[in-house]
Design a protein around this ligand. Structure first.
Ligand code: ZN
Length: 290
């Protein structure tokens, strides 16, 4: 009798706790089928172990982006560029060329801001950071290209997604996109570079070869992934020149974010249908400026 009463109490408590958990949990989740900006960074690329790499270049365009486009063309590789909105108007030819040569142009905020607490408290500033960049890249985004966002420093707040997904133009974005490779420099006691991150390589005064070898080792261990690099320093360009022919020779396949299956679930059918449905030359990016 006592045992039955006890088991009843335990069951009741477990039921209450579980339903509270699911109520809270589901309320804070965004349905990926209806919202593209996610509550957290998209960490899973699905590319590890597949022999496929998505090269991403952040923080440009810069004076070195043109030379990087040469290297990519020579190796027949398409990449994704997360550009900083304030830089776009200084490099119209480079932007034009990126588009023409089949690279994906994506959004990395207007001033490379840390989108933390201050932006959670002032969502209109958040919408401005991403919306002004959206306007800046609009002329260079091919109709049908997906729209992607990466948060500077990977800094993001859960509340950001809800604000951005209410915006008529920005709700078409998928993001924030994270990375698998290129997050940090790790060096063994004997000075062996195991993993690398270009910006940190340069602050640690590593050579382009040392840094590139760090990238190669992490890529070979993970056998694929989204690779984070930057196109604002000449040394990063030297590093790409060192690394890319090796990766091509080793048989890696290269994709843009548009070709990544994993991101499909974050899009609704509308994201690709809209440019066609809205008529010739009409793209979601061309929505009136706020
Ligand atoms: Zn950045």
């Amino acid at each position: 009798m006592l045992l039955r009463a006890l088991s009843f109490v335990v069951t009741a408590v477990v039921t209450v706790v579980l339903s509270l958990f699911f109520m809270t949990y589901s309320a804070s989740r965004i349905d990926p089928a209806n919202a593209y900006f996610q509550a957290t960074n998209i960490y899973r690329s699905g590319l590890q172990g597949t022999g496929t790499l998505a090269l991403t270049f952040d923080d440009g365009p810069s004076a070195f982006t043109g030379a990087l486009l040469d290297t990519l063309a020579q190796n027949n590789v398409k990449a994704t560029f997360f550009v900083v909105g304030s830089r776009v108007r200084h490099h119209p030819e480079v932007m034009e060329r990126m588009m023409r040569e089949g690279h994906v142009i994506a959004n990395h905020s207007f001033s490379h801001a840390r989108l933390g607490r201050r932006y959670a408290a002032n969502p209109e500033l958040l919408v401005t950071q991403i919306g002004t960049t959206n306007d800046a890249i609009a002329p260079y985004v091919r109709p049908g290209q997906g729209l992607y966002f990466r948060a500077p420093y990977g800094i993001w707040r859960t509340v950001h997604a809800a604000f951005l997904n209410e915006d008529p133009a920005l709700k078409y974005y998928v993001g924030p996109i994270y990375w698998d490779i290129g997050g940090q420099v790790t060096v063994d006691d004997d000075g062996f570079v195991r993993t690398a991150a270009d910006w940190d390589c340069w602050s640690k005064d590593l050579t382009a070869e040392q840094c590139g070898d760090g990238y190669l080792r992490e890529i070979r261990r993970k056998k694929g992934g989204v690779v984070l690099m930057h196109d604002i320093r000449e040394r990063s360009l030297w590093m790409v020149n060192h690394v890319l022919p090796t990766l091509v020779a080793e048989g890696y396949k290269f994709v843009t974010l548009d070709e990544m299956q994993t991101l499909e679930k974050y899009r609704t059918p509308l994201a690709t249908d809209v440019p066609i449905a809205m008529g010739a030359g009409r793209h979601p990016l061309a929505a009136p400026a706020r």
